[in-house]
Design a protein around this ligand. Structure first.
Ligand code: ADP
Ligand code: MG
Length: 319
């Protein structure tokens, strides 16, 4: 059986590229240009809570890094380095190799470098800390929204939750829709380029990991504003549009987690710039609501202007 150090050397050590010092010492060393600040984020994925026992290691490696890159994207940061803390029940090298392959494929795609970590025996758990750089004054913070701004959403929400409902037998999807939704659930693509290009355009931003209404609720709270969403303007994927269960569709759209789309606010004067960016990136950006004065919170209105109740987002310690 491989030792901890053999595992690190074999699967997680690559020559340092952009880091001054990478895996193998007590700390990694990185250099940040004087005019930039570091954006730091950590996500923890625990077996049984975030993924099922027996989950495919390749896709798990992808997702563990993707959720962190999505946080950097939502801040408008350029992803640079990350560390990996891994608890494993055994030294199953086939599993580790697949996990590393999924993780490094995504890392290479975004030019982000693994510079350290920790490896221990225990119930399977993956925690990545990712570090990006950005000009600090241009960070896309949650507290930047102001009354009068538009609310925008990239892509479409709900597919990942619909995929999960499918896995649980709560939704019946066509083979094509199931493939699409499971790919969205298991191998989300972080919107890194969109995030960095929204610097100087968006006033506030968040990535949709816990559900559209819940996550926009964080912007509302932090900014001290009310957010109004227009249900009829929220884009629906083909898979969601095909689904006959209207209540499930609404729950997925408004409350489904794991989409990793970006929701953001921007002044009306930036509409043309945002639509031009959507065209340039080939990424749909939809205006789905507005920011108003009022008690912090999110209201969803139907086409007749009547409020719609939405399932709230996922809360690990909620009732
Ligand atoms: P220390 O005991 O000083 O924390 P370790 O013996 O845990 O160091 O780790 C040795 C080196 O391997 C360190 O540079 C650490 O960052 C790196 N490392 C450990 N686990 C991982 C991992 N899963 N991925 C990448 N680097 C790792
Ligand atoms: Mg250690």
């Amino acid at each position: 059986m491989a030792s901890e150090f053999e595992i690190i050397a074999r699967h997680f050590t690559r020559p340092a590229r952009s880091a001054v010092l990478g895996v193998g010492d007590d700390c990694a060393i990185v250099r940040v240009p004087a005019e930039l600040a570091m954006a730091l984020t950590t996500d923890l994925l625990a077996e049984g809570t975030h993924f099922l026992p027996g989950a495919d290691p390749l896709r798990l490696g992808h997702k563990a890094l993707a959720v962190n890159l999505s946080d950097l994207a939502a801040m408008g940061a350029d992803p640079r380095w990350f560390t990996l803390a891994l608890a494993l029940p055994d030294a199953d090298e086939a599993w580790i190799a697949e996990f590393a392959r999924g993780m490094f494929a995504l890392a290479d795609r975004f030019g982000v470098e693994l510079v350290g970590g920790d490896t221990t025996r225990g119930p399977r758990m993956i925690s990545i800390t990712a570090c990006g750089t950005l000009p600090p004054a241009l960070a896309l913070r949650r507290d930047g929204a102001a009354s009068g701004e538009d609310v925008w959403l990239s892509g479409a929400t709900g597919d990942a939750a619909l995929g999960l409902a499918h896995l649980r037998g709560a939704a019946r999807l066509s083979a094509a829709a199931a493939r699409h939704c499971l790919a969205r659930l298991e191998t989300p693509l972080p919107l890194v380029e969109l995030g960095r290009r929204l610097r100087g355009i968006a006033a506030s931003a968040i990535d949709v990991s816990d559900g559209l209404v819940a996550d926009l609720g964080h912007i509302a709270e932090r900014s001290g504003v009310a957010i109004e969403l227009w249900l009829g303007q929220i884009p629906r994927s083909k898979a969601l549009a095909e689904c006959a269960d209207a209540a499930l569709v609404r729950d997925c759209l408004l409350g489904g987690g794991d989409d990793y789309e970006l929701a953001f606010t921007a002044p009306a004067a930036r509409r043309a710039a945002i639509l031009a960016l959507a065209a340039e990136l080939g990424l749909p950006l939809a205006r789905i609501g507005r920011v108003r004065d009022g008690a912090p919170g999110v209201t969803v209105l139907d086409d007749a202007g009547a409020p719609v109740t939405a399932r709230s987002g996922y809360d690990h310690f909620g009732a």
